[in-house]
Design a protein around this ligand. Sequence first.
Ligand SMILES: [Zn+2]
Length: 282
Amino acid sequence: MSPSRTGELLFGTGGVPLSAESRSTEAGIKRIAELGLGCMEVEFVQGVKMSPEVAVSLGELAARKKVVLTAHGPYAINLNAVEPQKVHMSKERILQTARIASLLGAKSITFHAAFYLEDTPAETYATVKKQLEEVMNTLRKEGNKVTISPEVSGKISQFGSLEEILKLSSEIDGVLPCIDFSHWHARTGKANSYQEFFDILDRVERKLGRRALDNMHIHLSGIAYGQKGEIKHLMLPDSDLRYAELLKALKDRRAKGVVICESVPYLEQDALLLQKTYRELP
Ligand SMILES: [Zn+2]
């Protein structure tokens, strides 16, 4: 679990802030603390290359600076790949992310679980569930306590509707959702008002219990989208996402955990905007 500052909704960046002294995770953690933000997602999107020793010392730095960490697994993951070797490597990459995240003292890891390819959503769900259960069995044997949080995806070709992610979370111990509200809005063209956001949080609580609202892993960014869903990330003020209404719903439901901002290009600027907007809400 998080080393510090539980019981709050924290705001931070997906990756090292642009204004950090260098592109290193260490510089990122220090910059997050200087900016007065509360969390950072360590990006292993091109692969897990960090050494265990470095992870332990970064975890200590983060605890000292009161920065809660999460991690993002490699993009090269597809638990529904046709080739068995690709499925095997996908599971390995999730395991590698969870192991390094545990040494970092990270609260939760997220990743894009799968593509439907030629399969139906139901077939894909069954495959993803089976593979993820095997991953969880391995992590349990290793005593790894990091929360595994598959992400709500932005494209209709990608496994990861809100329903699918909530169902996985309810059926596999140790799995909770990473809700990317921008992705869900892009994927559906809906989910962009106070009432809709409130209803989503309601569904989360009904399906997974209060503990899910107490341990949220949220992604948020400005987003451009079309018929097939997500096109690209934007700055929040340049997109149609009604983030203030989402923040109000999160506050009214007393949601806790982390909000990771992935806006492009100025990610910390939008993370600070979200934090300020949230704090100024009645
Ligand atoms: Zn992601």
